[in-house]
Every structure is written in C-alpha cells, then in structure tokens.
Design a protein around this ligand. Sequence first.
Ligand code: PEP
Length: 257
Amino acid sequence: MRKTLIAANWKMHLLPVGARALVAGIREAIDPVAATLAKDREVMVAPPAILIPAVAQALAGSSMLLGAQNMHYEDKGAFTGEVAPPMLQAYGVTHVIVGHSERRHIFHETDELINKKVIAALQHRMTPILCVGETQDEHDGGRALDVVLRQLQRGLENVGDEHVPSVAIAYEPVWAIGTGRTATPEQAESIHGAIRGAILERYGRGRADAVRIIYGGSVNDENVDSLVSKPDIDGALVGGASLKADSFARIVRARTC
Ligand code: PEP
C-alpha cells in the first residue's frame, strides 16, 4: 500500500514567530489523531530554508516531517547563497521539493540541474519530491502529457531502478498553481495514470505500484477529497492553503480511496 503524502510548501512566507504558531496550530488539530493518520499517510511541511531550525524545534515530538523547498546538489563549496544536503539533514529534513515550477520558470532551473538534485537527495536518504507540470500554453496546445513525461524521464535520468520508488512525483500543472483553478480530479487522474504507466513501462510493475504521485495546484480543504480519492493520486502538494492551520489540518485528514 502506498502511503498518502500530504506536503505543505510555505514558499517565501512567514517569520519565525508565525512559523512556530502555524506548526502549533496544525499540531493542535492533528496530534490527537496522529496515530491513526500515521497508519496510511505522511505529513510534511517545507518552510523557507532559514526557518528550518525554528520549525524543526516546533515539530519536536510530532509525527509531522520536515521538508525543504530546494537545495544544491553538492555537499559543500563556493556556491554563495545555496544550501547543501548535509545542512538540511543536520536539522532532520527528510523530504526536499525539487524542480518546483517557480524554480524552473523564475530561476531557470533546467531538467539537468533538477536531475542532479534528485540524485543528491537520494544519496542523502532524503525523499525528492520531483515536480513536473505543463504551462497554460502547453496545456492549451494539447502538449501536457509530452511535457510531463519528458520532465519525468529527464528528472529520473541515472537514478538507479531500485531507487525510483523512493522518489515522490508531484504533478503540478503550472496553470493551477496559486490561481484557484484546480485540475479536475479526472484531468489529474489521467495524467497521474500516464505517469504511472510510463514508470511501469520503464521500471516494471512493482516499482510503478510503489511510487507515489501527488497532485499540486490550488488544492484546498474543499477539493482535496475528490482529488486524493482517485486511485493514482497519492496525496497533495499544497501551497496557499497550507499557510492556514485549520485548512491544512483538514487537508491532512483527506478521505483517500
Ligand atoms: C505549490 O506551491 O506547489 C502549489 C501547488 O501552490 P498552491 O497550492 O497555492 O496552488
């Protein structure tokens, strides 16, 4: 059985006080049901890098996991402004978002760079959440699947077959991120099914069944159930709605299939 992954991407929001308060609010709502939730799901929050130490402290004793929004692929070196995998590990980071569309489009990250980060995350025993997704133009031009499968294939290049199930794939149509325009569960399921199909073809049934494919793009407490109840949608990557404790706590309790 694949564990549902509900992941929060706080992007460039919050200060230490607000971050601690948000974690406290989420914990108040989900700690009492943590044992039940832990049976079939993982919950992760990814704060801005500088807030990772504060959030690590706030999470102490919780089943919630700590994530990063980005990282460099080298362990150390002359890379001003970057954060290395061992630095994240030192604070207990278990998941790292890689290739988010904002990194691809605003910071011009290429598939090649993203692939290096996926490999580095795996080498450091962190779960890379590899984001793929088409832009509005690509969507309108009927090229969504081509784009997504190309990003998937390039993102997984040189990843050992046995490590593929340790990667979580996030299908995030760019036109749905932060816009309030969610893909319908049917639209998302069809892309998720195709991603799983591509993994099946390349890596075999066992790995395709094990890999998690989560959806991101304007997920909220009202639409999450209909999305994650689809068989190939194994969770959600949540931006805006993860910044409010009550809505994120509700998303965490989503009804899965
Ligand atoms: C995201 O940042 O990955 C995201 C999906 O954002 P939002 O939920 O706000 O669309």
